[in-house]
Design a protein around this ligand. Structure first.
Ligand code: BGC
Length: 761
């Protein structure tokens, strides 16, 4: 028996060393090929590989781009993005392969952010599922679809931590927490890249926007960022690093400055941190016109900023064409070395080899696979599940939810009968008219579609000009020109005839996302007036929120019986929402950003520092850290979300009250479903370092597990804590845990927890 075990072990070791050897051989083979190709290339051709123009299907800034085919032929294009459709992509690839001197294939990119044709909830929504397998699966499906339709490279995941809901781009990320953000980033990279980049159904991923983009001052997009290095390393860097650790192939530089230098030209960031400290070995692309934007940042003219970016460690210039038009001159003038250009070009060619583009430049153009993959029933079923798992139940008085499938529903709201806005922001590949509207979805899942009656009730906002701004990218909001009173009366009449009112309130798809920052994130007054009138009927009122960010909900809380945050649920929106409203799915989402009571509390986040004058006990206390006009509490804390059942936490136990340097402590807790339905719960593990040489947050998430419990069932959930979970960066940037006393918390949100103590020896 012992002999057999030894032989099995030897075989395993042999196989793993064979696969390591194969990988090493493949990479040295690629390096050889890249070097020999580089030897054949002129300086201009090398510079051409660093150029990533937009083909112009979508534009997020000012891009001038004529005569793409001519540039490709001349070897001036390394990749293209914003080009859609196999025919078009094949045509440009053919020019590159057959008509340029060296026949180097293009790398075709696209913003595949939360799905391709099948659209999943916006990333912020998806993060609320706390379900890493599901998140990975959503990226996998996006990769399967996009890679069949011509795309090789996606500009995702976006992992910018943000603690400011005014910033519109919180919709694209995973919220405020570094640990959770890191888990999501890694899951997405695994989903896109799989374990074989050369497979025809995987995509090269791109973690963005490196770095700190989510910390723009006042939540205004593209604004300045100024942050201590300690905060960068401890709070904002971890998700990017997690993506790098997961093997992400590319990184996108952010628009903002970092420590006084724009990220795109920041050598400390791109070379010291990213490559030297983290060991990143892929390539870095600028974000859109990030290179030429450094002129406005005050870093010099186009030649200066292009040299700055390249020398900093940015290898590919998206859109600006600064590399293309100035680097040769900079080499001649000694501002950039040819070796730096060689190194940049080498990394881009390496990625193309890794993807297998040199073996088959047309590998991602597969009509047959596309016809099976795109928007398939199987993929849509996963999107429906992901959407329902992401929804967060914020309030449910008197068990207003779930609704009986025979109930007469008055379905009211500016986007209740709208397809275009269901997919949310950054869904450039979606066929938006194929999404299931809320009206359609509820009718389909109900037992009697005639029981569902719809009225718009109000416009999104009173201001028609503002509504026009947020109807961008074809996402029409169908403004109604009738007087407000008439629309409200119609809705109230329907409400009077119904058993329950379902009011769909909140934002439009493009009220969040890029360049969609807001200073007022409360529910617009006209929607509040509608809600009050509906509540005035005496019927139960269920509010469903569509939003790409945390909203300020104080005005609507008293006028609703239940509130369900549905985000922008994706292509299966109406069906997924109906699943939750009718109780076929028990909501289990938990917030990944703190909800403020008002805008003045921003930035507000659970893992704040204690200060020297923390408020303990009653608000208000003079000379303590608090406001005169509002308590310190959030409206809803990080990690919060209700269920149609209730969970009880008991018996928090630690396997020991001391942790040695290389040991572990097991933390167990009993979680019971004490309600009447099966439900899922996200069990959250937090810690606090009580004494250290730098101040530490009052709570930090270090683990979580999503479990399912039947009614009456109890499960023991186990976590293990080791020294690395307690480590943090110090003033000298060393990373280790400090011995001393710690608190450990386990619970259903960042506020509702059981707690215990241990000591790190
Ligand atoms: C955005 C990026 C995006 C890029 C390419 C930029 O404006 O900031 O997130 O990937 O455009 O479309």
């Amino acid at each position: 028996m012992k002999y057999l075990l030894l032989r099995v072990l030897a075989l395993i070791l042999l196989l793993s060393s064979c696969s390591k050897n194969q990988k090493n051989n493949a990479s040295s083979d690629i390096n050889r090929k890249v070097d020999s190709l580089l030897n054949e290339m002129t300086l201009q051709e090398k510079i051409g590989q660093l150029n990533l123009p937009s083909a112009g299907d979508v534009s997020t800034g000012i891009s001038t781009n004529a005569g793409i085919a001519k540039s490709i032929k001349e070897g001036k294009v390394g990749g293209l993005f914003n080009i859609t459709g196999i025919d078009k992509i094949r045509a440009v690839q053919k020019v590159a392969v057959e008509e340029s001197r060296l026949g180097i294939p293009l790398i075709i990119a696209k913003d595949v952010i939360h799905g391709y044709k099948t659209t999943f909830p916006i990333p912020f929504g998806l993060s609320a599922s706390w379900d890493m397998e599901l998140i990975q699966q959503s990226a996998r499906i996006a990769a399967e679809e996009a890679s069949s339709d011509g795309i090789a490279w996606t500009f995702s995941p976006m992992t910018d931590i943000s603690r400011d809901p005014r910033w519109g781009r919180v919709s694209e990320g995973g919220g405020e927490d570094p640990y959770l953000g890191g888990q999501i980033a890694a899951a997405m990279v695994r989903g896109y890249q799989g374990d074989d980049l050369s497979a025809e159904n995987t995509l090269l991923a791109c973690v963005k926007h490196f770095a700190l983009y989510g910390a723009s001052e006042a939540g205004r997009d593209y604004n300045t960022v100024d942050m201590s290095r300690l905060r960068m390393y401890n709070d904002y860097f971890p998700p990017y690093k997690a993506a790098v650790d997961a093997g992400v192939g590319t990184v996108m530089a952010s628009f903002n400055e970092v420590d006084g230098v724009p990220a795109t030209g920041n050598k400390w960031l791109m070379t010291k941190v990213l490559r030297e400290e983290w060991g990143f070995d892929g390539f870095v692309v600028s974000d859109y016109t990030g290179v030429s934007e450094m002129i406005a940042h005050g870093m010099g003219d186009l030649q200066d900023v292009s040299a700055l970016a390249l020398n900093a460690g940015v290898e590919m210039d998206m859109v600006s064409e600064g590399f293309l038009t100035t680097l040769k001159k900079s080499v001649e003038e000694g501002k950039v070395s040819e070796e730096t250009i060689n190194n940049a070009c080498r990394l881009i060619l390496k990625a193309k080899y890794q993807l297998g583009l040199f073996d088959d430049p047309y590998k991602y153009m597969d009509e047959e696979r596309a016809s099976k993959e795109l928007f398939s029933d199987e993929n849509r079923a996963v999107a429906r599940k992901a959407a329902s798992e992401s929804m967060v139940l914020l309030k449910n008085d008197g068990e207003a939810l779930p609704v009986n499938k025979n109930a007469k529903i008055a379905l009211i709201g500016p986007l209740a009968n709208n397809k275009e806005n269901m997919v949310g922001t950054w869904s450039v590949s979606a066929d938006i008219m194929k999404s299931v509207s809320i009206y359609e979805g509820i009718k389909e899942v109900s037992e009697n579609p005639d029981n569902i009656q719809y009225a718009k009730g109000s416009n999104l906002v009173e201001d028609a000009d503002l509504e026009e701004l947020i109807g961008m990218h074809g996402k029409n909001t169908y403004r109604d020109d009738r007087p407000e009173a008439e629309m409200i009366n119609e809705a109230v009449e329907l409400a009077n005839e119904s058993d329950v009112v379902v009011a769909i309130l909140g934002e439009a798809s493009e009220s969040s996302g890029e360049s969609s920052s807001r200073t007022d994130i409360s529910i617009p007054d006209n929607q509040v007036r509608l809600l009050k009138a509906l509540k005035g009927t005496g019927k139960k009122v269920v509010v469903v929120l569509l939003s790409g960010r945390p909203l300020v909900l104080g005005e609507i809380l008293p006028h609703s019986d239940a509130i369900l945050n549905a985000w922008f649920p994706g292509s299966e929106a109406g069906l997924a929402l109906a699943d939750v409203l009718y109780g076929d799915v028990n909501p289990s989402g938990k917030l990944t950003m703190t909800y403020p009571q008002n805008v003045g509390q921003i930035p507000i986040y659970y893992s704040h520092k204690n200060t020297g004058r923390p408020l303990e006990g009653e608000w208000f206390q003079k000379f303590k850290s608090n406001y005169l006009d509002v308590t310190n509490e959030p409206q809803f804390p990080f990690g919060f979300g209700l269920s149609y059942t209730q969970f009880k936490y008991d018996n928090l136990k630690l396997s020991s009250d001391s942790l040695s340097e290389d040991g572990t402590i097991n933390v167990t807790v009993e979680v019971s479903n004490i309600g009447e339905r099966t439900g899922k719960e996200v069990v959250q593990l937090y810690m606090r370092d009580l004494v250290a040489t730098i101040t530490r947050p009052v709570k930090e998430l270090i683990g979580f597990e999503k479990i399912e419990l039947k009614a009456g069932e109890t499960k023991t959930v186990e976590f293990s804590i080791s020294e690395k979970d307690l480590a943090f960066y110090h003033q000298d940037m060393s990373f280790y845990a400090e011995p001393g006393d710690f608190k450990v918390f386990v619970g259903s949100s960042s506020e509702k927890v059981l707690e215990s103590n241990f000591e790190l020896k």
